[in-house]
Design a protein around this ligand. Structure first.
Ligand code: BTN
Length: 327
């Protein structure tokens, strides 16, 4: 059923502005003309505007901005990411679905997208506000043939992808706050959560969850986060198409991932550092044993923070509390 609809959309799309006759569609899809008509009605429910003329046939006038498996797929020119798409109007968390799907064998590049999450997950067991229709709540299933020790590189890669898309597609100036928050004007606009199922040497699967605040107004952001969170609407004073953003992100992600698999981490590291928040600046670091000031130099191959102490010694830090906004 689903694939017939997809083929139908494809045929209509291929004929571009021109009409395509009901008979031709029926021959191509090997279904009756009344079945074609029923599919057209379904597409209209999905928000496609379709014109049907009795002596000419059908043509698509406009594509919906509403998210669905079809609308996300339409115009998505990728080789492996988003070939399988699961879209939910509402779900607890796209991460939950992704884990279930991955355990059941979902392919590398499968994506799960929701209009709303009722129990969105953030890092360190925090929750993630995922208001209906206002943001991009996306999980990507990956099956990389890399060591589990390299997995943090994929989170850093994801941050660079988001920063690139925000910069070149939305014309804003993002910074990445270690390890992987994306900031605009010191406020968080993107959160990334990476979860992995692995054995000693092999990764069974990784789920990368990305939350991007898109069309929330200041009033839409919950009070407890409004002083440290922002959205594209707030920053650019205009609404953005979530569908177009998803497609842009997936396309950029695929390119970057393919390059990473081919060339390794150095290009990602360089890009990450070009967006790095407070790189070259003094920051205050609190670890279990210590509290000191140091210069933030950049990131390491394994995603650790590289710092220079005031005595000139260089260190790698994996977990530390940093007050990034302290002057
Ligand atoms: C963070 O704490 O900064 C990470 C937030 C990650 C949120 C995304 S939204 C899509 C995916 N589903 C979830 O429940 N969480 C991630």
């Amino acid at each position: 059923m689903e694939s017939t609809r997809n083929k139908l959309i494809q045929l209509l799309a291929d004929s571009s502005e021109k009409y395509i006759s009901g008979q031709l569609l029926s021959d191509e899809l090997q279904i009756s003309r009344s079945a074609i008509w029923k599919h057209m009605k379904e597409l209209e429910k999905d928000g496609y505007q379709i014109e049907g003329k009795s002596n000419k046939g059908y043509r698509i006038i406009s594509y919906p901005d509403k998210l669905s498996e079809n609308t996300i797929r339409w115009g998505l020119e990728t080789n492996w990411i988003g070939k399988s798409i699961i879209h939910k109007e509402s779900t607890t968390s796209t991460q939950h679905i992704a884990h279930d799907e991955a355990r059941n064998g979902a392919a590398h590049g499968t994506i799960i997208i929701a209009d709303e999450q009722t129990n969105g997950k953030g890092r360190m067991n925090r929750s993630w506000f995922s208001t209906k229709g206002k943001g991009m709540w996306l999980s990507i299933i990956l099956r990389p043939k890399i060591s589990p020790l390299q997995a943090p590189q994929l989170t850093l890669l994801t941050a660079t992808v988001l920063a690139d898309v925000l910069h070149s597609y939305c014309n804003v100036q993002p910074l990445i706050k270690w390890p992987n928050d994306i900031l605009l004007h010191d406020k968080k606009i993107v959160g990334i959560l990476t979860e992995m199922q692995a054995e000693q040497d092999i990764i069974n699967y990784i789920v990368i969850g990305i939350g991007l605040n898109v069309n929330q107004s200041k009033d839409d952001l919950p009070e407890e986060i409004s002083h440290r969170a922002t959205s594209l609407l707030i920053e650019t004073e205009k609404e953005h198409s979530i569908k177009a953003l998803i497609q842009e992100i997936l396309t950029t992600f695929e390119k970057s991932y393919d390059q990473y698999i081919k060339n390794g981490f150095p290009e990602i590291k360089q890009k990450w550092e070009s967006y790095g928040f407070k790189i070259g600046e003094e920051i205050t670091i609190k670890t279990l044993k210590d509290h000191f000031r140091a210069i933030f130099l950049g990131i390491e191959e394994d995603g650790a923070l590289r710092i220079k102490r005031m005595d000139g010694s260089i260190e790698k830090l994996y977990s530390a509390e940093i007050d990034w906004f302290e002057k």
